[in-house]
Design a binder for this molecule. Structure first.
Ligand code: GLY
Length: 378
């Protein structure tokens, strides 16, 4: 079955894209090279306290800026993105606050810059980040460890989105080591994180010598055995990207299985993503960022999968984005933040159903993907 876009949807997309670029232009005037996360009273504040520079989300604003620059060629976006990239060098200097999410941080900042402008300093930064990520690999248990401190055997769903940096480093250097590490991690994650029904655990603690699962503590979802929707989205998009970079069909199969679970659950809630698919009915907590990231993953899958699935993934992505645009978006150009209703974690009441920078990033990428204007950043 072929998926055709109606005239009405085409018009919606054109209007949404225009509103998006218009709002991003207003935001970049106010926000420029700030390091940002969640707007307070409609304004982004700079996060760069001594520890703020390490925050895992610091690539998302530059990632949006590079997407907007690619789509519009407006120099204001490029200049702000370059400022943030230079500021993130402080995190390399301090080092100890860095973590498994260096992929998010530097793929969306330095690597995006290098790909678009061939800036040699950006290449060096992206390679440095790839080496830091590879340095977290456990060669016995075959996974990339999450976080720092004494969490020696911890591995989480989120790390899948960091692997594209390693695939890129292998290609850039002509050195397969980075890809071996990424694939070992993807294989371990498929085994310990993705369940039979396509849902996923957030955290698995492995024996660092053998790779056996020793515990599954609570993460950002409702409970250890539930289905945290953003973790599920990381799995959908992460495996779709691993398939794109390696051509290994097992990654495509894992992405499809996780995508089918995501789509089936969103069909129950009018395409608006809950924070956890297995939480009690009350309170109803949304996480728009999960929908935005999954929409990108579904559009990626639509490019990779066969004809029947292509229509399924495209239609699901359009449904999610249209539903979220209607219910969750704030197009007031005088207020920072686009996609409301993102939630940091099920049990976190402070950063709940609000605009969070990663929700905005993935919404931007998804809309530009639909419009054929996205920069393939991963
Ligand atoms: N990587 C952490 C999160 O998804 O909130």
């Amino acid at each position: 079955m072929e998926f055709t876009v109606s005239q009405q949807d085409r018009e919606w997309l054109e209007q949404t894209k225009e509103k998006l670029l218009c709002k991003l232009s207003a935001e970049v005037q106010r926000t420029g090279g700030k390091i940002v996360y969640i707007p307070k009273d409609g304004r982004y504040e700079d996060l760069a306290t001594p520890t703020g520079v390490y925050w895992w989300c610091n690539g998302f604003w530059p990632g949006m800026l590079w997407q907007a620059y690619h789509a519009s060629k407006d120099e204001a976006f490029r200049k702000a993105a370059e400022t943030i990239e230079e500021r993130l060098d402080q995190a390399f200097e301090g080092y100890e606050g860095l973590h498994h999410d260096v992929g998010f941080m530097y793929t969306l900042s330095a690597l995006a810059d290098y790909r678009l402008t061939k800036n040699k300093d950006s290449r060096r930064r992206a390679l440095h980040a790839a080496n830091l990520l590879a340095g977290r690999y456990n060669a016995r248990a075959k996974f990339i460890r999450a976080w720092n401190g004494d969490r020696t055997g911890w591995t989480i769903a989120d790390t899948m989105m960091n692997l594209p940096l390693l695939y890129w480093a292998s290609r850039e250097l002509g050195d397969p080591r980075f890809t071996y590490i990424a694939q070992d991690h993807a294989d371990t994650c498929a085994k310990v994180t993705v369940r039979e029904d396509g849902s996923s655990y957030h955290i698995s603690i492995l024996d660092p010598l053998t790779g056996e699962v020793v515990d599954r503590p609570s993460g950002q979802g409702y409970s250890p055995d539930s289905a945290w929707s953003r973790g599920q989205a990381w799995i959908v998009y992460g495996y779709a990207l691993s398939f794109r970079h390696t051509g290994e069909k097992r990654y495509l199969d894992t992405a499809k299985k996780a995508a089918h679970y995501f789509i089936a659950n969103l069909a129950l809630t009018d395409w608006l993503p809950l924070c956890d698919f297995q939480a009690p009915e009350e309170p109803l907590i949304y996480d728009a960022s999960a929908g935005a990231c999954a929409a990108c993953g579904l559009l990626e899958l639509a490019e990779q999968a066969g004809e029947y699935e292509q229509a399924l993934y495209q239609k699901a992505a359009w449904n999610i984005l249209k539903a979220m645009e209607k219910k969750f978006c704030n197009w007031d150009c005088d207020a920072d933040g686009i996609l409301g209703y993102s939630s940091k974690a099920y049990h976190d009441q402070k950063e709940r159903e609000t605009s969070i920078i990663y929700g905005d990033y993935f919404f931007t990428e998804a809309i530009l993907r639909l419009a054929g204007k996205a920069f393939p950043i991963w």
